[in-house]
Design a protein around this ligand. Structure first.
Ligand code: PHB
Length: 374
């Protein structure tokens, strides 16, 4: 084999079509969920998001940014919601535009739990969590960054209401025209706070043993699958990440249990952040996340710091079925075409990542824009 043909063969992996439940994905490239903090008053996605997402419609799958399932689920100013009609209508315009361009789009369902602040909670209430354990870190509020507070521990009797928030949001996502939903159980937000023992100190049936700490996530997954069917639902986890001031004393059996249990739901995919969210892929003392890949029956989506070479070799060695790209998708609307062409990628501008307007949002050039100005 010549060098050219062997490279061409390797190139096939990212561009090999794959079936995700009922969706035929033309490639293995996923746009990861990315907070961009540009929602309008009332947590309504902005008009600009129509252009932003449809510019990226060549992705095998777009996973829309983390979206709060209720006012209580909100943790940052300017993030969108999926809990009322106005939000649903705004999302519908976005999914229609993506579908018109031939794309496919999931919504990420989000409840932040303790990563919030009274100033952005209904009635200035304390944020809720499995236990009253204060996170280190800052909340992004209308007054800028302020220290996070000690949350209020949820009563056992409130947990069915949390499951209902997810069920209603899942139903709303359907009305809004999405192709499926991703349950956000990663990055130290509510479901992750229940999973891990640094944040879950409960003594009821939702705390203590692995089975108990996994209970809320499994109930939420059941409810969401009840709305969508398993083949249009994914779950995102970050077993090794400390993002959100979180950890677990023994993550391998915890996450292995979660994966074995969710297999019964025949989910579309498991989305795994490898290592520290947005940081190192190599966490000291970490367990091998391929344990979860082997335990899971559906497609395995890997994320965190991938470039083309690592994506190709990961797919070639069957360590994942799909690769989710985050940062590169901020600044490369035509990431699929650029990876295919082996073209240079544009670096994202940190200053316009969160908040603001069109600048740094919908004005990153595609290769054809670049050719036109040359
Ligand atoms: C964020 O808004 O900073 C954010 C949201 C969801 C994540 C991670 C970070 O999973």
């Amino acid at each position: 084999m010549t060098k050219e043909t062997s490279n061409a063969a390797i190139d096939d992996y990212l561009f090999e079509p794959v079936q995700l439940g009922p969706l035929s994905l033309p490639n293995r490239i996923v746009m990861a969920p990315l907070t961009r903090s540009r929602a309008k008053e009332g947590d309504v996605p902005s008009e600009l998001a129509i252009e932003y997402y449809s510019q990226r419609a060549s992705a095998g799958l777009i996973i829309a940014e983390a979206t709060q399932i209720s006012p209580q689920g909100k943790g940052y100013v300017f993030t969108p919601g999926i809990y009322n009609d106005e939000q649903v209508k705004a999302w519908r315009r976005i999914t229609d535009a993506v579908h018109d361009k031939g794309g496919r789009m999931y919504l990420q369902l989000w409840h932040v739990g303790r990563i919030s602040h009274p100033s952005i909670q209904p009635d200035n209430a304390l944020p809720v969590a499995p236990s009253a354990v204060k996170p280190e870190g800052q909340a992004f509020t209308n007054d800028g960054f302020v220290p996070l507070v000690t949350p209020r521990a949820l009563e056992t009797s409130e947990l069915p209401g949390i499951v209902e928030q997810y069920r209603t949001a899942a139903q709303n996502a359907k009305t809004a025209g999405f192709d499926g939903v991703e349950i956000h159980a990663a990055n130290g937000y509510l479901l992750d706070q229940f999973l891990r023992d640094k944040t879950n100190r409960r003594t009821d049936q939702y705390g203590g043993s692995i089975e108990n700490r996994a209970r809320l996530l499994l109930e939420v997954a059941d409810a969401v699958v009840g709305v969508w069917g398993g083949d249009r639902v994914g779950v995102r986890i970050s077993p090794l990440s400390s993002f959100g001031d979180i950890s677990d004393t023994n993550p391998e059996p915890l996450y292995t249990y979660v994966v074995e249990k969710i297999n019964a739901l025949k989910l579309a995919y498991l989305h795994v952040i490898e290592g520290e969210t947005g940081g190192t892929r190599d966490v000291p003392g970490a367990f091998d996340l391929q344990v979860l890949r082997r335990a899971f029956d559906g497609l395995f989506m890997a994320n965190n710091g991938y470039d083309k070479a690592l994506a190709q070799s990961t797919l070639a060695t069957k360590r994942a079925d799909l690769i989710a790209f985050g940062r590169p998708y901020i600044s490369n609307p035509d990431l699929v075409e650029r990876l295919k062409a082996g073209a240079a990628l544009t670096e994202p501008d940190q200053a316009t990542m969160y908040g603001g307007d069109a600048k740094g949002y919908i004005d990153y050039p595609s290769m054809s824009d670049e050719a036109a100005v040359r």
